[in-house]
Ligand binder design. Structure first.
Ligand code: ATP
Ligand code: MG
Length: 574
């Protein structure tokens, strides 16, 4: 049985392979074109892995190009964070970091070219009027009264727009295509808007900024991109993308290919909504470990390899509206950490245990493998003393029969150590359990005594040598599978109040000097990562990356069993 879904379909990869087999000339060039108006999220990771991955597979190049045409929403901090995220994922863009704003002069010259050709005009209608004249899906648009302006007048007005003579919203430059087109994108789309804004790259040089549509395809052409890969919502823009390439003297002819965007359940993949969570302080910044941002996933403990693996598992199709199960993402990181994270014992909710037949001052140290299957990992020194801690959840005063952990009069094995028996429960004045008194069977190291079955194994830490640490248990940020499904309602109503639970834990001494971003399996508990920011000045703070239970593998197994049963059924009938 395999739970590996690494061969998920990728229609773009197949298409390029076919093109190459059919003798396609030229280099494969792709690009990743983020708008620097927020941090990247897991949906962007899909796009990054796709674009950079194709360039890698076919010996081509992938560019990083900031789509920076809206200075009001963009920031240098986002530009820096995006570059860091792409590098961290393990990709290197070809050539320098590029900006659409590098091409503003060329785009302006092309706007003038369209005007001279009678294919663009300056429109004085207000934004509301433009919307009204545009018509609807069922009604054709009407031409603006300014549509027939002469080229010279248009050139003059555009130049004066550029130098700041007019107020924002007073005029726009539009392409002159077809006001009756069934595709609304072709009803004289806007090429330039007046914006008296300072731009992070071009400063105060421009008082007009090109629209996304007028920028994107031409930037692709300037960079000689061969395959311009974008998400499905741009499908209706493709005729416009091609119209510009047909009507401008561009140096290359890139092709736009659309694929379906990633939607992940129990989370959001929209920068705008993520920004709201950050701005409203609902989370602790853009890299809060509960966010699906790449920086958040990194802080949570995801490895770059696990995110690349996940991107491969989900495949690339044109099927719209699907929701990927977040359990698949958890599966990808769990598989990585299962193989690569050293083990340690940590008690999240400590309960003191006094081992009454161990003398005071007794010191014994067990050598324990760092990883059950990895001899290259350092052996851990695990000290055993008279006082230890176990997890509160591993003890029950009135335990049912099937509770294979500790209870009065019952035995349990301390992981990597002896079998103990609970003799006495010590309570405080309020009747709360304060400690347990247990006794050790010294004849049980590495074996079960004859005739006795000790089923339960629990983790523990020496109370004398254990180190205090903060453990942050993260869970899904939302309780609803699709928090933003209802457009009328507020997705903030679906926040999970227990998305973060903080524990004051005790860890074994191998955790005492922890490097930020080191990852561990806390035995029986889950996978954890030392927080990149908080592990400073001797502080130990661990973020739970993911629990141990693999629900995705379970789903896959059930699915496979079902298919197998159906096959056998069909075989019987046939
Ligand atoms: P958002 O809606 O979160 O703001 P966006 O599409 O506006 O995302 P851009 O910075 O323009 O963000 O995106 C850069 C690239 O990433 C684009 O090519 C876009 O298609 C792709 N992308 C964005 N979101 C997803 C997603 N959920 N799945 C796949 N690709 C995505
Ligand atoms: Mg966008």
């Amino acid at each position: 049985m395999t739970t590996d879904t690494s061969s998920a379909p990728n229609f773009i990869r197949n298409q390029i392979r076919d093109e190459i087999e059919a003798g396609r000339p030229g280099k494969i060039v792709t690009r990743f074109p983020p708008e620097p108006n927020g941090f990247l999220h897991i949906g962007h990771a899909k796009s990054i892995c796709l674009n950079f991955g194709l360039a890698e597979q076919f010996g081509g190049d992938c560019h990083l190009r900031f789509d920076d045409t809206n200075p009001a929403k963009e920031e240098q901090a986002y530009i820096d964070a995006i570059q860091e995220d792409v590098s961290w994922l393990g990709f290197q863009w070809a050539g320098p970091v590029r900006f659409a704003s590098d091409y503003f002069d060329q785009l302006y010259a092309w706007a003038q070219h369209l005007i001279r050709e009678g294919k663009a005009y300056v429109d004085d209608l207000s934004p509301d009027e433009i919307r009204e004249y545009r018509g609807t899906l069922t009604e054709p648009g009407r031409p603006s009264p300014y549509r027939e302006r002469m080229a010279d007048e248009n050139l003059d007005l555009l130049e004066r727009m550029r130098t700041g003579e007019f107020a924002e919203g007073e005029k726009v430059l539009r392409a002159k295509i077809d006001m009756a087109s069934p595709n609304i994108n072709l009803r004289d789309p806007i090429l330039y808007r007046i914006r008296h804004a300072h731009h992070h790259q071009t400063g105060d040089k421009w008082k007009i900024y090109p629209s996304y549509d007028f920028t994107h395809g031409q930037s692709d052409a300037i960079e000689e991109v061969s395959h311009s890969i974008c998400t499905l919502e741009f499908e209706d823009h493709r005729p416009l993308y091609e119209w510009f390439l047909d009507n401008l003297p561009v140096p290359a002819r890139p092709r736009q290919i659309e694929f379906s965007r990633l939607n992940l359940n129990y989370t959001l993949t929209s920068k705008r909504k993520l920004k709201l969570l950050v701005d409203e302080n609902i989370v602790d910044g853009w890299d809060d470990p509960r966010l699906p941002t790449i920086a958040g996933l990194r802080r949570r403990g995801y490895t770059p390899g696990s995110i690349r693996k996940f991107s491969e598992m989900i495949g690339v199709t044109r099927a719209d509206g699907g929701l990927v199960d977040i359990a698949m993402l958890y599966h990808a990181i769990r598989a990585d950490l299962e193989d690569n994270a050293p083990r340690a014992m940590a008690v999240l909710n400590p309960l003191k245990v006094v081992l009454t037949n161990v003398p005071e001052g007794h010191e014994e140290v067990f050598d324990v493998p760092g990883h059950p299957a990895r001899e290259d990992m350092a052996v851990r020194k695990v000290p055993f003393t008279r006082e230890i801690v176990i997890d509160h959840d591993d003890f029950m005063e009135e335990a049912p029969k099937k509770f294979f952990r500790l209870a009065p009069g019952r035995e349990v094995r301390l992981r990597n150590s002896y079998v103990i028996r609970c003799d006495e429960v010590i309570k405080d004045a309020n009747g709360e359990i304060e400690a347990l008194h247990c006794s050790v069977d010294f004849d049980t190291l590495g074996k079960n005594p004859e005739g006795r079955k000790v089923k339960g194994v629990i983790h523990w830490v020496s109370a004398t040598h254990g180190v205090p640490m903060e453990v942050r248990l993260y869970d899904n940020l939302f309780l609803e599978e699709q928090p933003d499904r209802d457009k009328e309602a507020d997705f903030l109503d679906h926040l999970n109040p227990e998305s973060l639970v903080v524990c004051q834990a005790i860890g074994e001494p191998s955790l005492s000097e922890v490097t930020p971003e080191s990852r561990f399996q806390f035995e029986r508990v889950g996978y954890f990562c030392a927080d990149r920011h908080a592990c400073r000045d001797g502080r130990r703070v661990f973020n739970r990356t993911v629990g141990l239970k693999d629900t995705w593998a379970k789903v896959q197994k059930q699915e496979a069993q079902k298919q197998e049963a159906q096959k056998q059924d069909a075989g019987k009938k046939g």
